[in-house]
Design a protein around this ligand. Structure first.
Ligand code: 4AD
Ligand code: MG
Length: 437
């Protein structure tokens, strides 16, 4: 975080003070994370968006007025600290601010998040508007920001355009079972499940496109990997095959994981997460091979079904880095998938499974680009043709082979940050049982 954009008289961010790592005069703005007193010395841990630093105020070194203000300041008050940095091995990070002047900008009431109050894990989510200030909670959100930053850098470096698709839609991308209905001036509409169909329209204008958007799924089961509102990074590429798109996903995941490991090392440490970015190439197995592996562990699994949750866990724990499961049966996939030229029951599609039990983080594949075949699919699956007319229409005007994928942002963060539950990867999670705050 840079101070090029200066506000409130601040001269440095906390990160900049650590980067300078020498004794300088400073004025910082932030919040009191922690406060303690030993004799005539008050120790404050100050937090800003860039980090944490200790500030000490000695009764003998400052005016009585300043010392009283520090005494009065409560945990989570917004404050201004003026002083000089001092290299001191005893201070966390080896640097502290010796305080000279102090201002309470906004005083906080007694902070409700104390150990005795946290009786159930849901408590912290009930007051998520406050608990996001916690060291662990905010580290996850910083990692999430880095995941999107790294993805954006990757796409822009590779000639992709960022587009934004509507979130209120009439055409269901991923089937009717998880649609949220919206009353759109008396007409039936839905919250989007994926930007994919719109990306497919955009590639004829822009060739390579990507999006990062909220997606909605009325997931009716309680799991540790489903949100009802989550963010997806999606990309679609004209002239690309399924193999091309797997390579793209691999490169993207390598870029994201390396950037987080390098640039969020501190946050990963706070979370106690030892994360090693995976080396390409990732493994590639077929659905049939995955099914073999899963059945060998005694899990029943009919050919043609989607991979059962338990089975996905088995695959995820079997490999030491991400693995693509490719060539899913058409019966387990959405309507738009292209099938193998020699087998119309098997699609050119894949899921990328993260290791250590975290499971699916992406789904991708090649799309049907032929009008007649797509029309047949729409009929076979009894989809409401009127809402797919525009999507069919695309196939009349120069639709080349094309492929794309979607990566779940919170799923990816959950894996990288080593989170038990996906809700921790969301600032304000939405699940079957949570709509507040
Ligand atoms: O596998 P999904 O449903 O694939 C699609 O939506 C395609 N249209 C994407 C595309 O090809 N452009 O969703 C993609 C990813 C999943 O792999 C998963 O990471 C995430 O989105 N995801 C969810 N994350 C959290 N909660 C949920 N309920 C999710 N559903 C999917
Ligand atoms: Mg999927």
């Amino acid at each position: 975080m840079s101070t090029r954009f200066k506000v409130g008289g601040r001269t440095h961010t906390i990160r900049e003070l650590f980067n300078e790592n020498k004794e300088i005069d400073t004025c910082i703005l932030g919040w009191i994370q922690n406060k303690s007193r030993v004799g005539g010395v008050i120790f404050l841990t100050i937090r800003d968006g860039s980090g944490y630093i200790q500030a000490t105020f000695k009764k003998d070194n400052v005016s009585g007025e300043v010392f009283d203000k520090v005494k009065e300041a409560t945990v989570e008050s917004a404050v201004k600290v003026i002083g000089k940095t001092k290299i001191d091995k005893r201070a966390p990070g080896g640097l502290e601010i010796v305080g000279k002047d102090f201002e309470i900008i906004a005083k906080a009431e007694p902070w409700p998040i104390v150990k005795s109050a946290v009786k159930a894990p849901s408590f912290l989510y009930d007051i998520r508007h406050l608990s996001i200030r916690g060291k662990k909670a905010s580290s996850v959100i910083k990692i999430r920001s880095k995941v999107i930053e790294a993805a954006a850098d990757y796409f822009f470096k590779n000639g992709f355009y960022l587009i934004s698709a509507p979130t209120i839609v009439q055409s269901a991308c991923e089937g009717g079972a998880t649609l949220f209905e919206v009353n759109y001036f008396g007409k039936k509409a839905f919250l989007t499940q994926s930007a994919q169909l719109y990306e497919e329209a955009a590639i004829a204008a822009l060739e390579r496109v990507w999006t990062v958007e909220p997606c909605f799924r009325a997931e009716k089961s309680k799991t540790s990997k489903h949100l009802t509102e989550f963010w997806m990074i999606e990309a679609e590429v004209a002239f690309a095959t399924h193999d091309d798109i797997m390579r793209l996903e691999e490169e993207l995941v390598v870029e994201i994981t390396n950037r987080v490991a390098q640039e969020c090392a501190y946050e990963l440490k706070i979370l106690g997460r030892k994360f090693k970015p995976p080396e390409p190439p990732f493994y590639r197995i077929t659905y049939d091979e995955a099914r073999e592996l899963i059945m060998r562990k005694g899990i029943p699994f009919e050919w043609g079904e989607d991979i059962p949750t338990e089975g996905e866990k088995i695959i995820s724990n079997e490999f030491d880095k991400p693995v693509f499961i490719k060539e899913f049966p058409l019966s387990a996939r959405s309507f738009y998938h292209m099938t193998r030229p020699d087998n119309d029951k098997v699609t050119l599609s894949s899921d990328l499974i993260a290791p250590e039990g975290y499971g699916e983080i992406t789904t991708g594949g090649q799309r049907l680009s032929d009008y007649n075949e797509l029309e047949k699919r729409v009929m076979q699956q009894e989809l409401p043709r009127e809402s797919f007319e525009w999507y069919l229409d695309l196939r009349k005007y120069g639709m080349p082979p094309h492929s794309g994928f979607g990566l779940g942002v919170e799923r990816t963060v959950r894996w990288i940050a080593g989170l038990k539950h996906i809700r921790a990867a969301s600032l304000f999670p939405r699940t079957l049982t949570r709509l507040n705050p």
